[in-house]
Design a protein around this ligand. Structure first.
Ligand SMILES: Nc1nc2c(ncn2[C@@H]2O[C@H](COP(=O)(O)OP(=O)(O)OP(=O)(O)O)[C@@H](O)[C@H]2O)c(=O)[nH]1
Ligand SMILES: [Mg+2]
Length: 388
């Protein structure tokens, strides 16, 4: 067994037996390592895996070839073989070259996933709507292309070393593979484009009704869909204690007594730290609802000790997708998990130390226990812009 590991977990036949590899800077505290790994564990679990072992190596940066140092990776490979590991998960984004080298070191049949592969596999498990499936396919294709190019350059390199001057059969195969992927990308993009046009026209029709849209945004598992369910009283909205449960945008109507009018609420895909750019690019269509919203409802799980970091992540992604100009209400959810939350219910004010929200008073709620909903609706009434 590799020496610097963090304990062994359960065993199961049905679940994929996974091994997590991570690197951390030299003076990182154990507590901070454990916190970082916690999210990765939930991701693996959501992807249908069970973590058998975590191997964490302290080093400045990943090895350019093998991510962990060569000695350690050999040790991991032997361990994976003996423990019948199905899946090696790298906490980070692998370069195509690293895939190649790791593929040569690990026994055949063991899959190697980086963070992008892991998230894409979770998306795959949750996607129902055709546009979500297509967006995942597109992200996957974009993720695969550099790997093929890396294989290509290795072939060229090996060929040069061997002094062979003609095109090998392997190289021809790679060229064909590249052409095939490019064709697939074009075809998926075309299909997505026509779906996009359809959705844009639906949005235009909605805009004509004069009903503004408030989009729920936030870190995955913050409780966006739970709030959607509470506000719209709609059954059939998927809520689950897992990551990336919602992948398709859902729209519902909510009556605002304050205004005597309706507002449309859009539930969107959750965000996560280090969301790979190819995923953001491929999911822009789903995120379009947030980009064109009149108001953003940023849902935060206030019971999560990591909530401040998660708020920053969400804000960064909102800026990346061009949403920073849209007015926002911060909603602190899951206050029922905080001691003395009944005080919030009585006072209808928030008692939490909230340095983060200086320019904008947050609203404290519990989407599940239906606490603070009236106050939220009042705020929604005040802040939702109506044209007439
Ligand atoms: N205790 C408590 N749990 C809540 C509350 N709101 C949501 N949850 C739980 O938090 C988990 C995630 O809720 P969802 O509504 O699915 O979260 P989401 O933000 O839509 O997540 P994704 O769709 O995965 O991005 C579920 O297990 C909910 O039951 C709350 O107010 N209090
Ligand atoms: Mg959801």
């Amino acid at each position: 067994m590799p020496s610097n590991t963090l304990g062994t977990h359960l065993h199961s036949k049905k679940l994929k037996r996974a091994l997590i590899l991570d690197i951390v800077p030299h003076r990182t505290k154990r507590k901070s390592i454990e916190r970082n790994i916690k999210e990765l564990l939930s991701l693996v679990e959501t992807a249908g895996g069970i973590v058998i072992e975590k191997v964490i190596q302290k080093r400045k940066r990943p090895s350019a070839k093998t991510f962990l140092g060569t000695g350690k990776i050999q040790e991991v490979s032997d361990f994976a073989k003996h423990q019948h590991i199905d899946l090696i998960i790298i906490s980070g984004t692998l370069k195509p070259n690293q895939y190649l080298h790791l593929g040569k070191i690990f026994p055949k049949g063991i899959k190697i996933w980086d963070r992008v592969d892991l998230i894409l596999n979770i998306f795959d498990r949750h996607a129902n709507a055709p546009e979500a499936k297509m967006q995942i396919k597109l992200a996957r294709l974009h993720h695969e292309i550099p790997k093929i190019y890396a294989r290509d350059s290795t072939t060229l390199f090996e060929r040069a070393g061997a002094g062979i001057g003609t095109r090998g059969a392997g190289e021809k195969g790679i060229e064909e593979e590249k052409r095939h992927i490019r064709r697939q990308i074009k075809s998926v993009e075309k299909k997505l484009e026509s779906l996009q046009k359809k959705q844009a026209s639906q949005r235009r029709t909605r805009k004509k009704t004069g009903m503004p849209v408030a989009a729920l945004v936030g870190y995955t598992n913050a409780g966006k869909s739970s709030l959607m369910r509470t506000l719209t009283k709609k059954q059939g909205i998927k809520v689950n204690d897992a990551l990336f449960v919602t992948l398709e945008t859902k729209i519902g109507k909510v009556w605002l007594p304050e205004k005597n009018r309706n507002v449309l609420i859009a539930d969107t895909i959750g965000f996560i730290r280090d969301l790979p750019p190819e995923l953001i690019k491929s999911f822009l269509m789903t995120l379009q609802e947030a980009r064109e919203a009149d108001l953003l409802l940023h849902v935060i799980d206030i019971s999560d000790p990591e909530y401040q970091k998660k708020v920053s992540t969400v804000e960064e992604i909102l800026t990346q997708i061009g949403c920073s100009h849209i007015p926002k209400i911060y909603i602190l959810n899951k206050i029922d998990k905080i001691p003395d939350y009944h005080l919030v219910q009585e006072e209808k004010t928030c008692f939490l130390p909230l340095k983060l929200f200086t320019d904008n008073d947050p609203i404290c709620i519990s989407a599940e226990k239906k606490v603070g909903i009236k106050t939220l609706l009042k705020h929604l009434g005040k802040r939702t812009p109506y044209s007439a």
